[in-house]
Design a binder for this molecule. Structure first.
Ligand code: FAD
Length: 315
């Protein structure tokens, strides 16, 4: 029985998280001597992109009614097509709202935020992130059907080129319960949750007029920009950049925090980052306790200099 994966796309374009979920499904399939079937809704990208990471069958759903996102309608579409006992989702905002609905519809176990390939497939047991990233736990499903969501940037995208084929499925799922009233697009070029490097800043920047240096540093590093909660609350930066317990949870390879004190609610959203660099003028700032590298000093001096040094190094 194939291992299924939901390959998320935004406006038809596959997200990096979709490739990571396919890579994860392929790892399970390899443990089981099985194949991977991907389900995707209204993509414009070619299925070749999914074969590259190990999907050997792509079910490409065409449904005009699913042009706007609704967790319930998307879960119904996936439920109609799912013909296996294991399905993998990325832990994105949209996919992690489809997964619980599907879990109820199919009576499957749901294990969210998994970090590694399963320790065992039958029964399904896996390490997952817990307590807002402050701990890990080993979760075991005690029923046969399992849905997992893969924590972004935890397992990684792994190329595993496979000969694939595509099936087009015309569905017409009722999508009446949800109406999208507004949709806030992130201002940066890069999707914050998918970014490998994030440059983030807090109230230590003193005002929105000083964000140019943060954007310049992000620019030379190819990074996304983020901010602390008060910064977005007072309107210095858009809410789409707010990270933490009440904002986005991210796990980039490198998180650079500038003028952020490191309150526990901020850390809850960023402490899964692989490497944390903190720049703060106060040597006693709590963030230094969670930092891999710390610089005590004035951000207004350090950040432009750092940007220049990186530019010179690249040049
Ligand atoms: C229920 C709840 C949920 C919350 N959720 C979140 C959340 O999701 N995300 C979040 O971020 N916060 C959240 N908070 C708020 C959190 O508790 C902190 O108040 C907030 O993170 C502080 O933001 P900050 O670090 O930008 O500001 P501050 O705490 O004011 O820190 C500013 C820092 O900048 C440093 N600084 C000042 N000048 C310079 C300079 N020239 N150079 C370098 N450093 C300088 C200072 O030393 C200081 O450490 C939440 C709070 C509650 C109660």
């Amino acid at each position: 029985m194939a291992i299924y994966v939901y390959a998320e796309n935004i406006n038809g374009i596959y997200k990096k998280a979709a490739f990571e979920a396919v890579s994860y499904a392929k790892a399970i399939a390899d443990q089981q001597g099985d194949t991977v079937t991907a389900i995707t809704i209204n993509p414009t990208d070619a299925s070749d992109l999914l074969y590259k990471y190990g999907a050997s069958n792509v079910i490409n759903v065409k449904d005009e009614g699913l042009k706007s996102f609704s967790a319930k309608a998307y879960a119904e579409a996936v439920a109609q097509l799912l013909d296996g006992k294991i399905i993998v989702f990325p832990h994105t905002t949209d996919a992690s709202s489809i997964a619980p609905m599907l879990s109820v519809m199919k009576g499957f176990a749901l294990i969210t935020n998994v970090l590694e390939a399963p320790e065992s497939v039958q029964p399904f047991q896996v390490k997952r992130r817990a307590f807002s990233g402050k701990g890990v736990m080993h979760a075991k499903a005690d029923i046969d059907g399992v849905i997992v969501t893969v924590s972004q940037n935890a397992f990684g995208v792994k190329e595993n080129a496979t000969q694939g084929s595509e099936e087009i499925k015309n569905l017409s799922v009722a999508n009446e319960d949800t109406k999208v009233l507004s949709h806030e697009q992130s201002s940066g070029q890069l999707d914050l949750k998918e970014a490998e490097i994030v440059v983030s800043a807090g109230r230590g920047m003193k005002g929105p007029e000083n964000w140019g240096m943060i954007e310049d540093l992000a620019g030379v590093l190819g990074a996304a920009t983020a901010c602390s909660k008060p910064v977005s609350d007072i309107g210095w930066r858009p809410h789409s950049e707010h990270v933490g317990q009440t904002g986005k949870a991210i796990a980039p390879n490198l998180y650079i925090a500038v003028g952020i004190s490191g309150a526990i609610q901020h850390l809850a959203g960023v402490n899964s980052s692989k490497t944390i660099v903190v720049v703060n003028s106060d040597a006693e700032a709590p963030f230094f306790k969670s930092a891999d590298y710390g610089v005590v000093g004035d951000a207004f001096q350090i950040i432009p200099e750092l940007t220049q040094k990186i530019k010179a190094l690249k040049g």
